[in-house]
Design a protein around this ligand. Sequence first.
Ligand SMILES: C[S@@+](CC[C@H](N)C(=O)[O-])C[C@H]1O[C@@H](n2cnc3c(N)ncnc32)[C@H](O)[C@@H]1O
Length: 481
Amino acid sequence: MSLIDRAEARRKSALAAMDPSEQAALGQYFTPYQAALIIAGLPRMPEVRTIRVLDPGAGSGMLTAALVDRIRAMNPDAAIDVIAVEVDEALRSALRETLSDIEALGNVQTTLVGEDFLTWALSSDERFDLVIQNPPYAKLPTGSAQQNLLRSAGIDVPNIYAAFLALGARLLAKDGQQVAITPRSWMNGTYYSRFRREFVETVGIDGIHTFESRSKVFGDTGVLQEAIVVSVTRGQRPETVKVYTSHDHRDDASLRSVAYDDVVTADFIHVPATEKDAEAVTWMTRHAHHTLADLGLTVSTGRVVDFRSRDMLHHEQIEGASPMVNASHIRNGQTRHPIGAKKPEWFHTAPEVASKLLVPAGAYVLIKRFSAKEERRRVSAGVWQSDDAVAFDNKLNYVHQSGAGLELSIARGLAVYLNSSRLDDYFRVFSGHTQVNATDLRQMRFPSLQQLRELAPVDTTSQHMIDTAVENVLTAAEIAA
Ligand SMILES: C[S@@+](CC[C@H](N)C(=O)[O-])C[C@H]1O[C@@H](n2cnc3c(N)ncnc32)[C@H](O)[C@@H]1O
């Protein structure tokens, strides 16, 4: 049996012995053999005599085994110095076995640090040429000791995995590389924006491996998060990022090189895994230059949560009721109400409560937060316009202007744009989930107010008309220039 086969056998027996509640608390989802080969295969081979390796949250040592195996094959003369950090005592004997197995290769020194990685990393003077990790996944509760410790070191993250990434990057020697498998969530969204900004200032992203199948990578460990592997170098920024895509961790990957700026932007990290994705990003970057905030518009989530407001919801239009608009009212780019929907279509309550839950008369753009699997588009929008106040269901986002309605032609143009294939293709590149959150929409790019007005007359029931108009209006500026 090879070194990695033995490590895989140890991983499986450690997994079998695990207490499921403990496993979740410590984020103990171990890297399967083939995924470990992919992760260890991403970094370049450092050209130094002694390669210093760090494995934070080492588990049974699978990643270290895969990496040392690769170093030995590619650079047999290099000495290797490994530090593996693992907080769980129950895993130490498996880890110790893997480390001594690795030492038996010769010219390898290993140290097992049985401590909390966060505390250890913040006081360590060690620096590394290669950091390899599959960090634990666990939310960091506000005010917890761990979060306070991290904040005092200037690290503000909502989940422990991002703390491991930030600390791993800090512990890199000059030109040192870190490779990690993590959930994709840090790549966009406001929760991770501070972390992301500091991270991409410290390191350059060299390679990203994405898996088309969300859950298969950790199939034997129960993890359902979308996993992504990212390889970075401290203080170096390549011209292109290598983007590898495979179905899961068992099949061959395809490789594309994508311009750095098309992947790493100030707001988020795109993963254009296919030619089509890359085209979507390039088109948007060239033709749409504004955020909703730039246009003076705001997107919020509908205020009425149906199960909390049952006594306010009505199937019949009772005296004094306001329309209750939900996702079923948006179809083919239009909003129709009432439609005889299964859910209540009217809203009525005491004026003091209503004033908090209703939105004033006017024109708004509604966007579904959840798309059904069979729907062709992720983003689906329609215009709502009425002379009276209205209630929007919490499964909708709505675009407004400081709490009030929009100019009607802007609302119409915005709905056309949001229903376009260009916008949808772009949305898919950076959204790792099927929901359309208000935070995602805040980060999307939009045309100018004038261009939105030009889109207003388009028939939103025809995808072809929408796409042609968006193409014409947004590229006209460039043709004119
Ligand atoms: C997702 S598992 C990965 C294990 C191993 N690296 C692998 O790839 O198979 C994360 C590991 O981090 C360990 N861990 C969790 N919190 C830790 C902490 N604060 N300090 C050090 N290790 C920790 C867990 O016990 C677990 O072994």
